[in-house]
Design a protein around this ligand. Structure first.
Ligand SMILES: *[C@@H]1O[C@H](CO)[C@@H](O)[C@H](O)[C@H]1NC(C)=O
Ligand SMILES: *[C@@H]1O[C@H](CO)[C@@H](O)[C@H](O)[C@H]1NC(C)=O
Ligand SMILES: *[C@@H]1O[C@H](CO)[C@@H](O)[C@H](O)[C@H]1NC(C)=O
Ligand SMILES: *[C@@H]1O[C@H](CO)[C@@H](O)[C@H](O)[C@H]1NC(C)=O
Ligand SMILES: *[C@@H]1O[C@H](CO)[C@@H](O)[C@H](O)[C@H]1NC(C)=O
Ligand SMILES: *[C@@H]1O[C@H](CO)[C@@H](O)[C@H](O)[C@H]1NC(C)=O
Ligand SMILES: *[C@@H]1O[C@H](CO)[C@@H](O)[C@H](O)[C@H]1NC(C)=O
Ligand SMILES: *[C@@H]1O[C@H](CO)[C@@H](O)[C@H](O)[C@H]1NC(C)=O
Ligand SMILES: *[C@@H]1O[C@H](CO)[C@@H](O)[C@H](O)[C@H]1NC(C)=O
Length: 586
């Protein structure tokens, strides 16, 4: 097959001709249709060392970002699906001042799946064309790499530091013209031209930026190292939450989003709960932390590929639970607040073919439909029981190799709080206690986004020191953003683990002494994304409480711990502003 035929063969096969709508098929090259085997999306730290395919990724992304911002398949328009500008994409009209993205909704995981597939499909098509332009001696290597090209993900649970070289302004790759040192398309996206006042409202804090930024300083310069320090300060919490999200939640609705409530209360930890934290810490006042602008930062797609991966891992383990109906309190560009979202709700504006059929959670359910998988999910050639077992084992190996992550400190993070509890010398306990902080709050409480920092022990006097304080347990983030439909009161639920901060108390963590310690030493502070201290009393409908439960470890590599029922430890928060009191109802 000649080079030209080779490329056009795949382009025809996978993309067909664009007619009325842009069909998102994902990628079909490299898929064994007989066995169902598909190339993996790879973890970025490994992917970056993979040579030709990494070169193609960087060059494809650069081409994508350069595309005329008025083109349907430009980076600007595709990023613009998520939030600003509040305009239609691929002919799908909307009525509300909001993006298409679904948050605080049961559609949160499934909506982002075709979104990532569209991004992957666009980069893949670029990669095919670029591969075909390498000098003859390199061409077959690059064309082979292009066939299995899939987007990478950033596993922030394994290493919460943004991987190198994402924060390097320049990057060197082997291009068809030899080694080039170029502006790194993962570092920022530069608007060209600067969006108009109708696209980015001028009174939005981010509208003034010519490029995306992370932790911007007063002069508007990115300070990636500040984002990394915040991420590191929360690393243990992120890992524990990621593991438990999958190990402990077998029901899709509470797994899926921060708005879920069963009438008795929320589920507190959810895929979206973790996802919000990464947005807030990476952005920290920059684009990633403001949802309608987040998708312009190139790291958004590495983050969301990982969110999709946790979703895929969860699906492999719990194959029978999926999208049920849930009222969408928040609304989107096309969904009016109060709509009953279901398995059949259209995932606007993503078309599954060229005839205008929109995806639904039903049709976007499986990664195999889009032609990729993840290293932890090898779902071909085995039955569902085996897949579930293998995936549990893979997750244990990766996130809980010692079998004790649910309950024990990981890295002996110091807590300089008081430790009134005697160390126990018990060595054979299998039942351990686990503690978490639950947070319930009105998302629009302050009409701006904010952090709630939790501490065990003394709080630094300067708010600037809070996000990375020695005594920090972890930070919860509320990703509020203003729009015409977001002034509706909507309760959001979140959770943070506590055990990693209870160093100095050996297992078992006796509830009486832990409560005593928390009563004395647990406290919290509210801070907005500009770094300003906010009085906790100003946060409407804030309710913080500590919960504890027993956890039984099995020690089997394909089993998860058995988690007991949570009980509420009211004394730990009694009398604290925003805390649940002793006599108070939920
Ligand atoms: C982008 O495309 C629009 C519409 O086709 C055109 O008017 C404009 O000149 C193009 N901009 C650039 C920089 O090529
Ligand atoms: C985490 O990632 C950072 C950035 O890539 C790297 O410098 C660091 O060595 C990694 N840490 C570990 C423990 O692998
Ligand atoms: C964006 O990154 C490029 C290098 O990749 C740099 O030249 C440019 O100044 C950055 N933009 C801003 C506003 O910092
Ligand atoms: C920006 O201005 C618009 C129109 O005047 C207004 O509706 C909106 O609330 C303002 N947004 C902020 C964040 O001040
Ligand atoms: C939402 O739709 C589902 C499926 O059609 C239905 O069973 C459920 O009762 C509806 N819920 C509400 C609150 O309307
Ligand atoms: C699109 O519509 C045409 C004409 O109605 C039909 O032949 C074709 O099968 C449809 N394609 C898909 C992918 O649905
Ligand atoms: C799944 O496969 C395993 C291993 O081949 C087999 O032992 C088991 O019986 C199968 N389970 C079902 C439900 O088919
Ligand atoms: C712990 O607190 C003591 C007394 O306030 C102080 O001297 C010590 O430096 C602190 N240790 C750490 C690691 O912060
Ligand atoms: C634990 O063992 C040490 C020495 O082996 C002993 O001094 C201490 O009292 C024991 N602690 C408890 C709580 O039993």
């Amino acid at each position: 097959m000649s080079r030209f035929n080779f490329v056009s063969f795949f382009l025809t096969l996978c993309l067909a001709t664009l007619t009325n709508s842009y069909g998102i098929k994902g990628v079909c090259s490299g898929v064994n249709t007989a066995t169902g085997q598909r190339p993996f999306r790879q973890e970025f730290s490994k992917f970056k060392d993979s040579g030709p395919v990494f070169d193609l990724y960087i060059l494809s992304l650069e081409q994508f970002q350069q595309r005329n911002q008025s083109a349907l398949l430009s980076y600007y328009q595709v990023a613009g699906i998520h939030g600003h500008p509040y305009i239609s994409w691929d002919g799908v009209q909307g009525n509300y001042q909001a993006g298409y993205c679904t948050h605080g909704s049961i559609l949160f995981p499934s909506w982002h799946r075709p979104y990532m597939a569209a991004y992957e499909q666009i980069l893949w098509a670029n990669a095919q064309r670029i591969a075909a332009t390498y000098p003859v001696v390199q061409r077959s290597t690059y064309e082979a790499a292009a066939i299995t090209f899939r987007i990478p993900y950033w596993d922030w649970a394994i290493n919460s530091t943004m991987p190198d070289p994402i924060n390097d302004p320049m990057i060197t790759v082997n291009s068809p013209h030899g080694l080039v040192n170029m502006a790194n398309p993962l570092y920022n996206y530069t608007f060209h031209p600067q969006p108009s006042a109708t696209d980015f409202p001028p009174n939005d804090s981010l509208a003034k930026y010519h490029s995306t930024v992370r932790s911007p300083d007063a002069a508007g310069q990115s300070q990636s190292s500040v984002s990394n320090q915040i991420l590191q300060a929360n690393a243990q919490a992120i890992l524990v939450l990621s593991y438990q999200l999958i190990a402990d939640q077998s029901d899709y609705a509470p797994f899926s989003n921060t708005g879920y409530t069963d009438g008795r209360g929320g589920n507190y930890n959810s895929l979206e709960n973790m996802h919000d934290a990464i947005h807030a810490f990476v952005g920290n006042g920059g684009h990633m932390s403001i949802i309608p602008y987040a998708s312009f930062d190139p790291i958004f797609y590495l983050h969301h590929a990982n969110v999709d991966r946790l979703f895929a891992i969860w699906q492999a383990i719990y194959p029978n639970s999926y999208t049920t109906s849930e009222v969408n309190a928040q609304g989107t560009f096309t969904i009016s607040p109060g709509t009953n979202d279901t398995l059949y709700s259209p995932l606007t504006p993503f078309h599954s073919n060229y005839n205008g059929t929109l995806y639904t959670s039903k049709t976007a359910r499986y990664t195999r439909h889009f032609g990729y998988s993840y290293p932890e999910v090898v779902d071909w050639g085995i039955n569902a029981t085996q897949l579930s077992s293998n995936t549990r084992a893979n997750l244990n190996n990766l996130y809980n190799p010692t079998g004790s992550i649910a309950t024990r400190p990981l890295l002996h993070k110091r807590s300089n709080g008081t430790a009134p509890c005697a160390r126990s010398n018990a060595t054979t306990e299998v039942i351990e206690y686990q503690y978490s902080i639950n947070i319930r709050v009105d998302k629009s409480a302050l009409h701006r986004p904010f952090f709630i920092h939790f501490f065990l022990g003394p709080v630094p006097s300067s708010p600037a020191a809070w996000p990375t304080a020695q005594t920090l347990i972890a930070t919860h983030s509320i990703l509020y953003y203003a729009s015409s439909i977001t002034n509706i009161k909507r309760t959001t639920y979140g959770q943070l683990p506590l055990n990693h901060a209870l160093e100095g108390i050996n297992s078992p963590l006796d509830p009486d002494c832990v409560v005593q310690l928390l009563k004395e030493a647990l406290c919290w502070r509210v801070q907005d994304f500009q770094g300003q201290h906010v009085d906790t009393g100003e946060v409407a409908n804030l309710k913080i409480f500590v919960v504890g439960r027993e956890v039984v470890e099995h020690g089997l590599r394909d089993r998860f711990p058995a988690y007991g029922e949570w009980s509420i430890l009211r004394e730990a928060t009694d009398g604290k502003v925003g805390g649940l009191g002793r006599g108070e109802g939920m």
